[in-house]
Design a protein around this ligand. Structure first.
Ligand SMILES: *Cc1c(COP(=O)(O)O)cnc(C)c1O
Length: 433
């Protein structure tokens, strides 16, 4: 391969031609070029090394350039990187399904493998609608969710993101109008009050004959505001879904694979959804891959009724390369001491973040599992705060009033100390002058 662009001008070209997520094409602060990544470190083109606080958006849980994941990728490349999944199958897909069936709560046992988190949300919504059509209740087509959620960027997913703060209000007119309950606000079961779920309950009581499914992020609402809520809320949601014959979709794309301290966040509440969406950390951050698991009953009902198949099938469904890496990543996780590392992270968050609550400009601090959050009173200046992070040798990507980290699980105590000290010091400099 010959380079099209010279060492001197590739970045200039990039800046003028390549979109970045939720950013203007020619943004105020150009993105930082990364040359390589290893363990918890990102190495920039200019040689600076940054401790990664983001796990590349929840995904790189084992750190970067991991020899075991590299080996799995190379081995799979040498046999096949992709074949169509229509009429064909392969061992990596079966192996991944076996792992997911064994890890996720019962009775989830039928697996749909697709390309990305957003697509898995579309699949989950379509499964729910098709199920009710199959049992002769085609009127059940709408979704009920809670405010402050985030479920992805495609149309079906956008329609269940928070309608005001969800970044998608421009598209409201073309989206299905779904039902939104007030966001859960009680954080701990000890503080539980029935009033927290009153609005949700009244929506379900009024509209249950139109509702196919409830979709919700269990325990942690991620990109919609990094909010945590009480397991009791989720238990009550499960109970109401059962009572009113509504399916429950758990969007565990961010929370899955250990991030909240449990393998899946549903385990905090001891509940099991009818449909679960997984993504992000599933390949350890190597490739885009997502999965939807559902029950035998739902799968059987869909297959046994017209049109006799679930109506979805992306080109890169169950991509073998991604499946092989996911298998290695899941095994690596299970073989690792993640159940000790995550509480160690939680403790470090408590030590570093708790004192910040006393600072002017800090509205709240919170942490759960491997997620630490500083909520400020004012939105951050992204350009200036990012510069300070990079100058101090760390990588974090705040949004709005939220500065947060979810480091790779392999981060050691010293690196975590450096990351959190630099993070809080930066916030102090930005907001307290
Ligand atoms: C990231 C995310 C999605 C969307 O996943 P993509 O892979 O970005 O399409 C959906 N739901 C939740 C909870 C997420 O965190």
């Amino acid at each position: 391969m010959n380079n099209y662009l010279s060492d001197a001008n590739w970045l200039e070209f990039e800046k003028n031609h390549v979109w970045h997520p939720y950013a203007p094409l020619e943004g105020a602060l150009p993105p930082y070029p990364v040359k390589s990544a290893q363990g918890v470190y990102l190495t920039l083109e200019d040689g600076r090394k940054l401790i990664d606080g983001m796990s590349s958006w929840w995904s790189a849980i084992h750190g970067y350039n991991h020899p075991i994941l590299n080996q799995a990728a190379k081995a799979q490349l040498d046999s096949m990187s992709h074949v169509m999944f229509g009429g064909l199958t392969h061992r990596p897909a079966a192996e991944l399904a076996a792992r997911l069936v064994s890890l996720t709560p019962e009775p989830l046992e039928k697996v749909f493998l697709c390309d990305s988190g957003s697509v898995s949300v579309e699949v989950a919504i379509k499964l729910a609608i098709q199920y009710w059509a199959a049992v002769g209740q085609p009127g059940k087509q709408r979704m009920l969710t809670v405010r402050r959620g985030y479920h992805g960027d495609t149309a079906g997913a956008m329609a269940v993101c928070d309608p005001e703060t969800g970044m998608h209000h421009l598209f409201t007119q073309i989206l299905t109008q779904q039902f939104f309950a007030e966001a859960p606000s009680v954080v701990r079961d000890e503080d539980w009050q029935d009033s927290d779920i009153a609005n949700f309950r009244s929506l379900i009581e009024t509209h249950h004959d139109q509702i196919a499914a409830v979709i919700i992020e269990p325990i942690v609402q991620g990109a919609g505001g990094m909010r945590f809520y009480a397991p009791e809320y989720l238990r009550q949601v499960r109970g109401l879904c059962d009572k009113f014959k509504i399916l429950l979709i758990a969007d565990e794309i961010a929370t899955g694979f250990g991030r909240t301290g449990k393998m899946f966040a549903c385990e905090h509440a001891g509940i099991s959804p009818d449909i679960i969406c997984l993504g992000k950390a599933m390949t350890g951050g190597y490739l885009s891959l997502a999965a939807v698991l559902t029950t035998a009953e739902i799968s059987r009902t869909i297959s046994a009724n017209p049109p006799g198949a679930f109506m979805h099938g992306p080109t890169f469904m169950a991509n073998p390369l991604a499946c092989a890496i996911a298998n290695a990543s899941v095994d690596l996780l299970l073989d690792s001491p993640w159940q000790e590392r995550i509480p160690a992270m939680t403790e470090a968050f408590a030590n570093h973040l708790q004192p910040c609550l006393a600072w002017d400009g800090v509205a709240d601090v919170r942490w759960i599992g491997g997620i630490g959050v500083l909520e400020l009173e004012q939105p951050v200046n992204l350009t200036s705060i990012t510069r300070r992070f990079v100058d101090k040798g760390i990588w974090a990507r705040p949004f709005g009033r939220l500065v947060y980290v979810m480091p790779p699980y392999v981060i050691d105590d010293k690196e975590l100390e450096t990351l959190l000290s630099a993070l809080t010091q930066t916030v102090a400099e930005e907001f307290m002058g």
